[in-house]
Design a protein around this ligand. Sequence first.
Ligand code: T5A
Length: 208
Amino acid sequence: MSGCFITVEGIEGVGKTTNIEFIASLLQKAGKELVLTREPGGTSLGEDVRELLLGHKHDGMSRDAELLLMFAARAEHLDKIVNPALEEGKWVLCDRFTDATYAYQGGGRGFDTAPIEILENLVQGELRPALTLLLDVSVEVGLDRAGKRSEPDRFEKEKHDFFERVRQTYLQRAQADSQRMVVIDASQSLENVQSQIQAALTDFLASH
Ligand code: T5A
C-alpha cells in the first residue's frame, strides 16, 4: 500500500505555519497516519542546508548554487523521510515542496522551467504531490504579516517585485493544474481560511 503526499504553498507570511497543525489535525481525525515535515529541511542535512539558504552568511549566493542546494536538501528529504513514509502507507504533509522552486527560483530568480524540470525528474522520479493547498494573499499583506513575526531571512530581504513574480508563478501553476492545486483565499480571517481548507480536504478525502 502506498500513502499520499500533500503540500502547502504560498508566499511569505501567508499562514502556512499557522494552518499546518490544523490541516494535520483534520487528516488525523480522518484516520490517516501522518508525517509532518518541511522544505527546505526535514532531515539533519536538510536543516543544515536550510541554514545556508535562509541565513545571511551567504548573502549574494549565485542563483545556480541556490537552485542546486534546494534540490540537494530535497533529495535527502525524499530518501530519508518522504519516500519511506509513503512506502509504509503513511500520509506526508509537507510545508513547501517543488512548486516553491518553480515560484521562487523560476518566477523570482528568473530560471527557465526546463532546468527545474530536469532536476525535478532526476530527484523525484515520478513523485508529485496528490494535493497542494496554495494559500494566497497579496504581497503587501504577506510581507506585512511576516515582518511582524520575525527578522527577515535571506529571501524576505528581496524586493516587492520579486514576491509579485513568485505569487504570479504560483497562481499560474494553480490555474494550469487545477485538479491538484486548490487556491485558498488567505486574506480572510483565520476562521474563514480554515473553513476553506476544511472544504478542500473534505473533497479530497472523499476520493482518497
Ligand atoms: N524556498 C523554499 C525556495 O526559494 N525554494 C524552494 O524550493 C523552497 C522549498 C522558506 C524559504 O525558502 C524559500 C521560500 C521561503 O522564502 P519558510 O520559513 O518555509 O521559508 O517560509 P516562510 O514563507 O518564510 O514562512 P513564514 O513563517 O514567513 O510564513 P507562513 O508560515 O506562511 O506564515 P505564518 O503562519 O508564520 O503567519 C505569519 C503571521 O501572520 C499571521 C500569523 O499569526 C503570523 O503572525 N496570520 C494571520 N493574520 C491574520 N489573518 C490570517 N488569516 C492569518 N494567518 C496567519
